[in-house]
Structure formats: C-alpha cells, structure tokens
Design a binder for this molecule. Structure first.
Ligand code: NAP
Ligand code: HSE
Length: 341
C-alpha cells in the first residue's frame, strides 16, 4: 500500500519572487488591534501557508496619538480612503454603517478583496454589497461577524450546502451571555456586569445594540439568509433584549432550576421548495441541561438542525479580540488566495 502524502499547497510557489499582498486594516480597537498584532507575529507562518508575504500597509483609526500595543505607530493613518486605494485586501474592523460601507464599496470598485467583522453592516446592506462584490469580481467574507471564533458561517454556507437546514438557534451574543451569567450565577448587579463586559471588549461601541438584542438580531438574520437564501431583514425579527428583565425573572428561573439566556432563533416554515423563515430574539428561561444553557461567560453556542445531518452543535468564544481575529484572519488568508500575482 502506498503512503498517503499531504499535498504541499505552496509547492512551486516561491513567496520571495511574488509581490507581497498589501493588507489595509480599518480600525485598531479590540478586534483590529489583535488582527494587526497577529498578522505581524504569524508573518512567516502565513507566508508559508499561502505562498505570499502579507504586508500590512496601514491601519486606519480616528486618533493616531492613542497608544496601541503591538502596532507600529508609523502604520497609523486617519486617511482611510487613501489607505483603501493602496491595498489588495481591505479588512474592515471599525464597525458602524458609515464610513465603513463607503470604504468597502470603494475597495471593491478598485478590485480589492474585502473582509469585515461588521454584522450590522452585513445584516442591513449585505445583499447590495454582495451584488457589488459580484459586479467587481471580488470576494466579501465575514465569518467573524457571526459568533466571532465559532466557524458557523462556514458550516452553514459550505459544510451543509448539500443538506436542508430546518432550524438554527443559539446564544449568539457574548456580552449579554456574560452579563446574564454574572447576574444569575455570581449575584453581580446588572450595571456592574455591563461595565465588566465593556472592560473585556465584548460590548459594541453602542452597548444598546447588545442589550436590546440588535446585535443578536443581525447575526441571526445573516445566518438565516445564508441558510435559506431568502431576503430576511432586521425588520423580520421579533426582538426583545435583556434590559426589561427583573430580579423576579432571575429569581423565578433559579427557583425552577432554569437559567435565563438571550436566544436567537430562525426556523423554516412552509415546504422546502418555497420556504418561509421566522426569526426571533428573546430571553428564555431554559432547563439547566439544555445545550443553549451550557454557554458560560462570553461563550456562544448554536444548534443547527438539518434534514440529513441531524443535530449539530457548535460552542466557543463569541467575542473578544484574539478570538474574533481568529475568524478574521481565516478570511484574510482566503482573500489572499484570490489575489492575482
Ligand atoms: P472598537 O474596539 O470600538 O474599535 C473600533 C476601531 O475603529 C477603533 O480603532 C477606532 O479608532 C476605529 N474607527 C472607528 N470609526 C472610525 C472612523 N470613522 N475612521 C477611522 N477609524 C475608525 O470595536 P471592536 O470591538 O474592535 O469591533 C469592531 C467591529 O468588529 C465591529 O463591527 C464589531 O461589531 C465587530 N466585532 C467585534 C467583536 C468583539 O468581540 N469586540 C466580535 C465580533 C465582531 P480609534 O481607536 O482611534 O477610536
Ligand atoms: N458585542 C458582540 C457580542 C461582539 O457581545 O457578542 C461579538 O460579536
């Protein structure tokens, strides 16, 4: 029997002979800071993996005077447009709708590949952005936008491409899970738990997006669209956040052996040939042994039901700098492989 030898994906490619791939990073906060640092630390590893050097050509921020660990100050710029114009791959980790959308469109029109972690932008403008990406012949990837380190987009988009997904439900927001966990298990006051979630880098720039379920809504919309190919929007989500929860709600849940989680769900209604999708985000008191009740701290968990695969469960870090950067960097390497010589 002949030995099976793993293919050398970089065979025949001498990275020293090819021009480096120019990477622009828009944002150097919790996620961007980790992305830039890890691109630097793993420079040789990534060159070996993709057969090209990756060169960070700049990092766009609002304030270039702010001290930033692990980022060469010479890379910082407030001129995001000029930076975009100089790149082969643009990584948008600044958040918000504007100027992120305009910068991404500009990058695509100039032929750059785009990676983003921006779930609000993709939930609200993803259909138009995909159309522009197709028109421009570039990629648009956003694994990090949904459940950070957990590769749920790859599972729904690729691993289950031959199956029929019937439902997706999960704890998809790390900060509210952290807050609910602190309040219920450790007796920490709600406001104090919110403050701690902010210190850990889990909260959005506008924390009401987390607390009112908008962040979870954006994630479940993206998942539903990917799973069923239907034009699901944020307006379709029946949404309730965690700010209306009272001490009594926590007390009642604990008293009945339950645990309160912010659950995002999407399920197919109607036949497979002409499906409709229902989407909801709401706090639910779950039995302790429910898979969704297992998520602790900033963790996320998602359960996907598919006709042939059955039940799949993914569990891992749903927020945080390095954890989210893990997903961003996978997309960056995918994008780099699409860049011509
Ligand atoms: P963040 O800590 O607030 O960082 C945002 C960064 O973008 C900052 O460096 C900021 O510059 C820069 N920025 C914002 N607006 C800008 C503008 N108009 N021009 C130039 N630079 C601008 O945010 P984050 O937590 O890293 O999140 C970034 C994105 O990743 C968001 O879309 C978020 O939803 C998504 N995400 C975050 C996580 C997480 O765990 N944090 C997980 C998954 C996805 P200054 O530093 O100068 O202010
Ligand atoms: N604010 C988000 C959360 C960050 O708490 O889940 C990760 O998307």
């Amino acid at each position: 029997m002949s030995a099976v030898v793993a293919p050398d994906l970089t065979e025949g490619v001498d990275e020293n002979l090819m021009a480096p791939v120019r990477v622009a990073v828009l944002g150097a906060g919790t996620v961007g800071g980790s992305v830039v640092r890890l691109l630097h630390e793993r420079s040789d590893l990534y060159a070996a993996r993709v057969g090209r050097r990756l060169e960070v050509v700049g990092v766009a921020v609002r304030d270039t005077a702010k001290e930033r660990d692990g980022i060469d100050p010479a890379l910082l710029t407030t001129d995001a447009e000029a930076l975009v114009d100089s790149a082969d791959v643009v990584v948008e980790v600044m958040g918000g709708l504007d100027p992120a959308r305009g910068l991404i469109e500009r990058a695509m029109r100039r032929g750059a590949q785009v990676v983003t972690a921006n779930k609000q932008l993709i939930a609200q403008e993803g259909v138009a952005l995909h159309a522009l990406a197709d028109e421009c012949g570039v990629g648009l990837d956003y694994e990090a936008a949904v459940m950070a380190a957990i590769p749920v987009m790859a599972v729904v988009r690729e691993a289950l491409a031959g199956d029929v997904i019937t439902s997706i439900s999960g704890v998809v927001n790390g900060s509210t899970n952290f807050i609910l966990d602190m309040v219920a298990r450790k007796g920490v006051p709600f406001e104090e738990a919110v403050r701690k979630a902010g210190e850990l880098g889990y909260l959005e720039a506008d924390p009401t997006e987390d607390l009112e379920g908008l962040d979870a809504a954006a994630k479940i919309v993206i998942l539903a669209r990917t799973a069923w190919g239907l034009p699901v929007t944020l307006d379709d989500v029946r949404r309730q956040g965690i700010t209306g929860l009272t001490d009594e709600d926590f007390h009642n849940a604990t008293g009945t052996g339950r645990v309160v989680k912010l659950v995002a769900s999407a399920w197919r209604s109607g036949p497979a040939a002409s499906p409709k999708v229902e989407v909801a985000v709401r706090p639910v008191a779950l039995p302790q042994d429910d898979p969704l009740a297992m998520a602790r701290g900033g963790a996320n968990v998602v359960v996907i039901e598919a006709e042939s695969a059955g039940t799949l469960r993914l569990h891992g870090a749903g927020a945080g700098g390095d954890e989210t950067a893990s997903a961003v960097l996978a997309d960056v390497l995918r994008a780099v492989r699409r860049v011509g010589p």
